[in-house]
Design a protein around this ligand. Structure first.
Ligand SMILES: *Cc1c(COP(=O)(O)O)cnc(C)c1O
Length: 394
């Protein structure tokens, strides 16, 4: 075992050192094993590998050394026993469901999760006889009431998108375990640099590596982290057959992304904090949603549960959709896109993009108003970010 895979190492060190297995070439940086298959010394060895009698590479849909390095590094950072890398964040959630669920099972899911996650549970897992109840993220009673004997897991994101609502992971983990189900946390917004759901009692962590783990908008990828028993015995068998493997090239890009994750997340938090304060003091802004502000309803919980308030914030401008669109269209540097977790700052209007499919009533219930603007704060100079927003407020 690589000594930096140990849980007592700091996340900064693990992000750079964990998982690496140096080959006979003595390379300093992780190599990329761009190979689809592997050769055997003889027929007997091939037979032993295929039967599972001996461990080793067979085919890159099953295992690949570069992908494994990424898996071991992320597992160490999240404090989990095992990580499975997959082709996208959505592939991680699909593999989770296909691995753990069967017809007749039930899931309780936060209403405030990534839009495609809602669609996956609502439109696709339902076709196989799995029912999902959606509840308000911060309403612990609603979670409790929604759990049934056949509930297999609870699923959530914290902080939520775009309103940055936060739920007490430990409280929900205790509830899940009392009732005989698992807690799954999508940790995309915080990453292990800011939040460790497994240490707070969650059973499994989901990642879209596409966001902060890459951090520079290059590759699509995902991962699942958790105990050996669930990952090896229930989720991996589906993944190996289902086929949503991560490419070794992408794994290598994510490895380079992880190296700077902790330092990037600190810088994202710093810029976002600064911007949140600036927005809060503007007369055109009626409300700012950011867990680092004292005005955030779960400020105390955020301080306790997270190691930083994150890089995403939202705010409401006076004047509804017209004012929000004018602000967005007046920027010249910020990227108008719904993506996040990039060094480039992005700006979006949730009511007509990420949450555009919701009915007016659903939007109202979710707090997605026409004047709401979301910014995923990047790493440009904060002065330039503010300068880019200023004309839109004029
Ligand atoms: C983007 C995202 C996903 C899906 O990830 P992909 O890599 O785009 O498939 C899941 N959850 C959250 C919170 C996300 O932001």
């Amino acid at each position: 075992m690589n000594p930096f895979d140990r849980p007592d190492k700091s996340v900064e060190t693990q992000a750079i050192r964990a998982g690496q297995v140096r080959t006979a070439e003595s390379e300093h940086r992780d190599p990329i094993f761009m190979t689809s298959s592997y050769v055997f010394e003889n027929a007997a060895q091939a037979a032993a590998r295929f039967s599972g009698q001996s461990l080793g590479n067979i085919y890159s849909r099953f295992t690949n050394p570069t992908v494994r390095t990424f898996e071991n590094r992320l597992a160490a950072m999240e404090g989990g026993e095992r990580c499975l890398a997959v082709s996208s964040g959505m592939a991680a959630i699909t593999s989770l469901g296909m691995g753990l669920l069967k017809a007749g099972d039930h899931v309780v899911c936060s209403r405030s999760v990534f839009g495609n996650t809602v669609l996956l549970f609502q439109n696709f897992f339902s076709k196989f006889g799995v029912e999902t109840s959606f509840v308000k993220l911060t309403d612990l009673n609603a979670w409790e009431e929604a759990i049934r004997p056949e509930t297999r897991f609870l699923y959530l994101e914290t902080p939520s998108n775009p309103l940055t609502e936060i739920v007490d992971i430990r409280a929900l983990a205790d509830l899940a375990h009392d009732r005989g189900c698992l807690l799954v946390v999508d940790n995309v917004f915080c990453t292990p640099a800011l939040q460790k759901p497994l240490a707070l009692g969650a059973d499994l962590v989901i990642h879209s590596a596409t966001k902060y783990l890459d951090g520079q908008g290059r590759c699509v990828g995902g991962a699942i982290v958790g105990p050996e028993s669930l990952i090896e015995q229930q989720i991996y068998p589906f993944l190996r057959t289902g086929g949503a493997c991560m490419s070794p090239f992408n794994a290598w890009v994510f490895l380079t992304g992880l190296e700077t994750l902790a330092i990037r997340m600190r810088a994202h938090c710093e810029n976002a904090m600064h911007l949140a304060h600036w927005l809060e003091n503007r007369p055109e802004v009626t409300k700012v949603y950011y867990p680092g502000l004292h005005s955030h309803p779960q400020y105390a919980l955020a301080c306790e549960q997270q190691n930083g308030a994150g890089g995403v914030l939202s705010f409401e401008v006076e004047g509804g959709r017209e004012a929000a669109w004018k602000l967005i269209d007046s920027t010249s540097m910020l990227s108008i896109t719904a993506n996040l977790g990039d060094v480039k700052t992005t700006i979006t209007h949730p009511a007509t993009t990420t949450h555009g499919r919701l009915s007016d009533q659903e939007k109202q219930a979710a707090g997605i108003t026409e004047g709401l603007v979301r910014i995923a704060v990047g790493l440009e100079s904060i002065d330039d970010i503010k300068k880019d927003l200023e004309p839109g407020f004029a």
